[in-house]
Design a protein around this ligand. Structure first.
Ligand SMILES: Cc1cc2nc3c(=O)[nH]c(=O)nc-3n(C[C@H](O)[C@H](O)[C@H](O)COP(=O)(O)OP(=O)(O)OC[C@H]3O[C@@H](n4cnc5c(N)ncnc54)[C@H](O)[C@@H]3O)c2cc1C
Length: 367
């Protein structure tokens, strides 16, 4: 068995992009995934521009729709449509996106083995990267990730023809304040819309009802949804360990999903970038452990995720008051800049646009 510098377990967006970055820097990388690609992953497939900016591969060939209209609705009634001068989200299908990113890793010299799992206690590599997602086993095998909590999401597709393409063109619809700990969405793709819901894990047994209500609000019979599937949303709390001396976790394996939006691909790309830097430091002898990676992730993502936890609490406890703030043009200014990646967290916003942020923060306070 040849030895490698790094074993990456999992070939989703987190695993493929760390493999790309390490291979670009000259490391010998083995990536194993238990699935054979193209494989699907339950996901809305929405790449915010802030995610796109962090991705080391140009994903344009697999983008099916660009979104510059965001429609926010409250309890399937009151609605506002916000328009951006430039696309804020690039819509993909994960089946295509993930195969494309994995090919990019292969092209950079990564040895990719599909349909295989790895024994991390006997890895043929100096460093192990756990990138095996929300249901992966690497974190536990490495003694990392204890204390991650979970949400749950459920989604399916409806072809254009059944729904009118014109209604959803260049649009992301977000349905707020009906689902505890989450929201519903309708996202436009190339030849269909993706309809889904996310919620606290405790809502798991009612998740089909939540999805049915979103369907009805869009004049759809839930039976018209194709390829229905659910998946967990892992949410890291402060202090959860994601790095050891010679091993670390990236993406969903590290629980890095944004608690309010349920997005995780931005976090995949940010964590894989920071992890690659930590691994390269270790391999070059500039550091003796991967543990500093944890502080780097905290610095990059905690300001955003802390604000998201507060917003999640505000929406859950004070839905009407939160909606009155969420629908304002002033709040959209911050949301737009966050989606575009011009701000890495709401706290960086300046001036009068801070007023609605401050109000939401007060509503989302503990206690
Ligand atoms: C319904 C839903 C909708 C979502 N919508 C969005 C969205 O619109 N935008 C967004 O940014 N995020 C969204 N997310 C979050 C996003 O899907 C995840 O954050 C993202 O998939 C995480 O990528 P990853 O590479 O960490 O893990 P994954 O994409 O889950 O990849 C993990 C890989 O590891 C492999 N694997 C697992 N176990 C093993 C093993 N033992 N050995 C080898 N391989 C293994 C799997 O086969 C898989 O290929 C959504 C999530 C859900 C559930």
């Amino acid at each position: 068995m040849p030895r490698f510098d790094v074993l990456v377990v999992g070939g989703g967006p987190a695993g493929s992009t760390i493999a790309c970055r390490l291979a670009d820097a000259g490391a010998a990388v083995l990536l194993v995934d238990k699935a054979r690609f193209p494989r699907d992953k339950p996901c809305g497939g929405g790449l915010t521009m802030r995610a796109v900016r962090q991705c080391p591969v140009d994903v344009s060939p697999v983008v099916e729709e660009e979104v510059d209209l965001v429609e926010l609705r409250f309890r399937y009634g009151d609605a506002v449509v916000r328009r951006s001068a430039q696309p804020v989200i690039r819509m993909t299908q994960r089946r295509r996106l993930d195969a494309f990113l994995l090919d990019a890793a292969r092209e950079r010299g990564v040895e990719v083995r599909e349909g295989e799992t790895a024994d991390v206690s006997d890895a043929p590599a100096d460093v192990v990267v756990g990138a095996d997602g929300a249901n992966g086993t690497t974190a536990r095998a490495l003694g990392l990730g204890a204390g991650i909590v979970h949400g749950v999401a459920y989604e399916g597709n409806v072809p254009f023809g059944v729904v009118a393409r014109e209604r959803y063109r260049r649009r992301a619809v977000v349905e707020l304040a009906d689902i505890p700990g989450g929201y519903g969405w309708v996202f436009a793709k190339g030849d269909h819309v993706n309809v889904g819901v996310g919620a606290w894990q405790s809502e798991g047994r009612r998740i089909r009802e939540h999805l049915a209500r979103v369907c009805l609000a869009h004049d759809l019979d839930p039976a018209q949804l194709e390829s229905l599937r659910g998946h967990r949303l892992p949410l890291r709390r402060p202090g959860v360990r994601i790095a050891a001396e010679r091993a670390l976790l990236v993406g969903d394996a590290a629980g890095l999903i944004d608690p309010v939006s349920g997005d995780g691909m931005y976090e995949c790309f940010v964590s894989s970038k920071l992890a690659a830097a930590a691994v390269l430091d270790l391999l070059a002898g500039r550091s003796s452990s991967l543990e500093p990676y944890e502080a780097a992730v905290d610095a990059a993502l905690m300001p955003l995720h802390n604000a998201s936890w507060k917003l999640k609490r505000a929406l859950d406890r004070w839905p009407r008051a939160s909606w009155r703030i969420a629908r304002t043009q002033l709040l959209w200014k911050t949301v737009e800049r966050l989606l575009l990646g011009e701000l890495s967290a709401p706290g960086e916003q300046h001036g009068v646009a801070r007023i609605p942020l401050r109000a939401l923060e007060v509503l989302g306070r503990h206690g």
